[in-house]
Design a protein around this ligand. Structure first.
Ligand code: MG
Length: 300
């Protein structure tokens, strides 16, 4: 995975950015991205795909990417689904199917999405979530137990956005009431016995199948590599569920947050940690990487 892509012949490298949303491209509290607009504009103008990879749902991400005028693929619910906007991809990528229409997309009937399914179905997941809760006897509360009002209060999302967040397909976000520091090992083991995984995002624990953001990134990268001779991947994230992406990227970026991960730099020596949090850190990191490559090419 070492990076010497720009010295390989005369083909300019094809950049792909994989990015987490909450606390990374989006501000942790306000969900705004204004400070990342300069770098986003450069990506859009330069044809650099900005691939969202989040624990958010397809419904939330499809709205967001339209608001940012992006038409690149995106990875939903911790790698459970990969979606390709049909306005960009008129033919389906290999093994992709037409994504089933959702209630909220009725107004956008002219577009639609192709889909790769990597995760376990939500109904299966919830069944096993109940079994794990029973087995551990812990007061675990998932999105499937919550009203839209409760999800809105916990996330700070308005009602409309909370409704989109509740349209789960592959991942159950949950909290554990009355426990400051739950035993994560016990939790992971209970999930593993059901063939599932638990990861930590910025606000919630997430229960999902064996998929993760890194695997979905790998699958998309393989597909891009068939279309472009030299690809360079950048990955940005702020939480442990982003680490599988950072490990795989040519340019891994940890966006600063309140959490600290002292061991991560040892594991990923190329890791860059931003000075600023959220979209401000995102903007500086992406501009820095794109500039560095431009300069190296100019010096070649
Ligand atoms: Mg995050």
């Amino acid at each position: 995975m070492g990076v010497s892509p720009i010295s390989e012949g005369s083909d300019p490298p094809f950049f792909i950015i994989f990015t987490d949303l909450d606390g990374t491209l989006l501000d942790h509290t306000t969900y705004g991205w204004k400070e990342a607009v300069p770098a986003l504009d450069i990506c859009r103008r330069g044809g650099v795909p900005v691939v969202f990879a989040s624990s958010k749902t397809r419904a939330e991400m499809d709205v967001l990417r339209r608001r940012m005028s992006l038409s690149d693929p995106f990875i939903s619910e911790n790698g459970g689904g990969v979606f390709f906007p049909r306005e960009t991809f008129s033919a389906p990528p290999p093994t992709a199917i037409e994504a089933p229409a959702q209630e909220c997309q009725k107004a956008q009937r002219d577009h639609g999405l192709w889909q790769w399914t990597m995760g376990l179905s939500y109904s299966d997941l919830i069944k096993r979530f109940h079994e794990i809760r029973e087995e551990l006897g812990w007061p675990m509360r998932g999105f499937s137990d919550m009203s839209i009002k409760e999800i809105s209060a916990l996330t700070g999302l308005d009602k409309m956005s909370a409704r989109l967040a509740a349209m789960r397909e592959f991942d159950e976000p949950f909290i554990i009431l009355d426990q400051q520091e739950p035993d994560k090992e016990t939790l992971s083991e209970a999930a593993a016995r059901k063939g599932l995984r638990v990861t930590s995002g910025g606000r919630f624990y997430h229960l999902h199948g064996k998929n993760d953001k890194g695997e979905a990134m790998e699958k998309l990268l393989t597909w891009y590599r068939r279309r472009h001779r030299v690809t360079v991947s950048v990955a940005l994230g702020d939480s442990p569920n982003d680490f599988p992406m950072l490990e795989r990227a040519d340019f891994p970026v940890l966006v600063r947050s309140r959490q600290r991960f002292p061991g991560l730099k040892k594991k990923i020596s190329r890791l860059v940690v931003t000075v600023d949090a959220g979209p401000k850190g995102w903007n500086a990191a992406v501009l820095g990487i794109l500039n560095k490559i431009d300069q190296r090419r100019a010096n070649d």
